[in-house]
Design a protein around this ligand. Structure first.
Ligand code: PRP
Ligand code: URA
Length: 209
């Protein structure tokens, strides 16, 4: 079974609380999403391997540590995952970015897939799937299916807020994928929204409601 890491860093918790507030504007929502993504990215990349390289300082030569040749790919789930991309790219500017389009059917809550464009060499990359919300888990599981069908193997899932139901669904569908989450909330409501959650992440990011 995959591991679940709930990130209790005070900065992540503080910014998540601001993000949740119904008073937060789309502009602030976007900025907070990017900041939280960057803080989460710091933790998610903790196990990247290092190698020693020769560096000449103004004083002398030394063996310094740099990230080894591991290639990263980040894969936002459209639309809301887009809000997390810049935060990750600020940390790892050389990462390639794939996109997967999935939305939830409002009646059935089942994922509907509409777009997929991934780096050609995904089989050689460590892949980080980004979506702020993990509710039923249907969208995340479908996105990871997409990636695996195209050869992706080494995958992590990063979401800001998750329902226990969504975590269970992704773990059952993809027991090899570790999940990094800012906060695990209480449950889903009758519309499959996370409670207390933050409402509809895509609409709040892009001001579409
Ligand atoms: C939201 C969210 C996830 C999905 C989570 O996207 O960004 O992708 O719902 O729900 P699930 O775990 O039950 O599948 P949405 O369908 O609202 O699409 P959007 O980002 O385009 O608004
Ligand atoms: N999608 C969202 O954006 N929010 C939820 O709470 C559930 C699905």
């Amino acid at each position: 079974m995959s591991k679940v890491f709930e990130m209790d860093h005070p900065l992540i918790q503080h910014k998540l609380s601001l993000l949740r507030s119904v008073e937060t504007s789309s502009k602030d929502f976007r900025e907070l999403t990017e900041e939280i993504a960057m803080l989460m990215g710091y933790e998610v990349t903790r196990d990247l391997p290092l190698e020693e390289v020769e560096v000449q300082t103004p004083i002398c030569a030394m063996k310094a540590k740099m990230i080894a040749g591991k290639k990263l790919g980040i894969v936002p789930v459209l639309r809301a995952g887009l809000g997390m991309v810049e935060g990750f790219l600020r940390l790892v500017p050389t990462a390639r970015v794939g996109h997967i389009g999935v939305y939830r059917d409002p009646e059935t809550f089942k994922p509907v897939e509409y777009y997929c464009k991934l780096p050609a060499d995904i089989g050689e990359r460590e892949l980080i799937v980004l979506d702020p919300m993990l509710a039923t888990g249907g969208s995340a599981a479908a996105a990871i299916d997409f990636i695996k069908e195209r050869g992706g193997k080494n995958i992590k899932m990063v979401c800001m807020i998750a329902a226990p139901e969504g975590i269970k669904a992704v773990q059952e569908a993809h027991p090899d994928v570790d999940i990094f989450v800012g906060c695990i909330d209480e449950c889903l409501n009758d519309h499959a929204y996370i409670v207390p959650g933050l409402g509809d992440a895509g609409d709040r990011l892009f001001g579409t409601k």
